[in-house]
Ligand binder design. Structure first.
Ligand code: UTP
Length: 287
């Protein structure tokens, strides 16, 4: 079945980015000149997604304005003859069909995904976390959808990680199917290096069959009172095959300040208008 819908959870507090996120959503922080959420939505659309539910919370309405039309701004740009910018504003407001679902309390990523159950209905769907920018020749979510549509199954993105990563991410027990594709036999959230099954981590992109919702509902809140997504994935693994794909491309973890800085420098260097001057500037710092 074709994957047409996506959920983008964006209702968290973004505490790692305080004070920047005290009065603006983390998802609206800009890398170069685009907010994180725009990178995510563009990846979804380039992967074939047509309908997107963004999970939001209080203080996050700037995301809704961002993907809406802005007649006054558009008229202003037209009058000033800034036609390239005008086209770009129009493009953004036409990217996809959006709906916004409120998560009243930040009860965890699993709970945020569960908010989208009615929107999804009975079809496979993608989940994209806006923390991660994937810069890939084939959009990361598309890499997952290709395997999901072939196998008719849930697929999560995998990436190699180090010791530190085993304390930050869900780590999988993989059974190799082909060069980049694995069947997932188990998944443990933040096991640490001693208990990690492998060096393959689950990194913020998923395609799920709708049975995931049953799994999330069966999930008990963790010690912080949050319903986590990996518990739902574990339930799914017990019911049907779940696959993992090692992504091809580059991933920037923009959920923390260092990753955000790395993304800003790397993606600015990729842009012709900044490339030379930024490289010269970095050299001038004589690090
Ligand atoms: P994070 O684990 O990064 O949490 O969530 P956070 O609140 O955004 O940031 P920190 O850790 O406090 O700095 C990953 C994604 O899941 C969403 C977040 O908005 C983020 O996009 N999320 C998390 C929700 O939508 N609801 C939640 O209850 C928790």
């Amino acid at each position: 079945m074709k994957v047409r819908k996506a959920i983008i959870p964006a209702a968290g507090f973004g505490t790692r980015f305080l004070p920047a996120t005290k009065s603006q959503p983390k998802e609206m922080l800009s890398v170069v000149d685009k907010p994180l959420i725009l990178y995510t939505v563009e990846e979804a659309v380039q992967s074939g997604i047509e309908h997107i539910a963004i999970i939001t919370s209080r203080g996050k309405s700037s995301m809704e304005d961002f993907f809406d039309q802005s007649p006054e701004l558009e008229q202003f740009l037209e009058e000033k003859g800034k036609l390239d910018l005008l086209e770009e504003m129009k493009r953004i407001s036409k990217l996809a069909e959006f709906c916004y679902i409120r998560q009243k309390q930040a009860l965890g990523l699993g709970h945020a995904v569960l908010m989208g159950e009615e929107f999804i209905g009975q079809e496979p769907f993608a989940v994209l976390l806006p923390d991660d920018i994937y810069d890939c020749p084939t959009p990361c979510t598309r890499q997952l959808i290709d395997v999901s549509e072939e196998k008719g199954a849930s697929v999560i993105v995998l990436g190699e990680t180090d010791e530190e990563g085993t304390r930050m991410y869900g780590i999988v027990k993989p059974k190799k199917i082909s060069e980049r594709v694995f069947q997932i036999e188990d998944l443990v959230e933040k096991p640490g290096p001693e208990k990690a099954f492998s060096n393959l981590a689950s990194l913020g992109r998923y395609v799920f069959t709708p049975e995931i919702f049953e799994g999330i509902k069966k999930t008990k809140p963790d010690h912080r009172g949050e319903m986590q997504l990996p518990d739902g994935v574990k339930f799914l693994i017990g019911k049907q095959p779940v696959y993992g794909v090692i992504y091809e491309g580059i991933r920037y973890d923009c959920g923390n300040k260092m990753g955000f800085l790395e993304a800003t420098v790397s993606l600015a260097i990729e842009r012709p208008e900044f490339s030379h001057r930024l490289k010269d500037f970095l050299k001038s710092l004589e690090l």
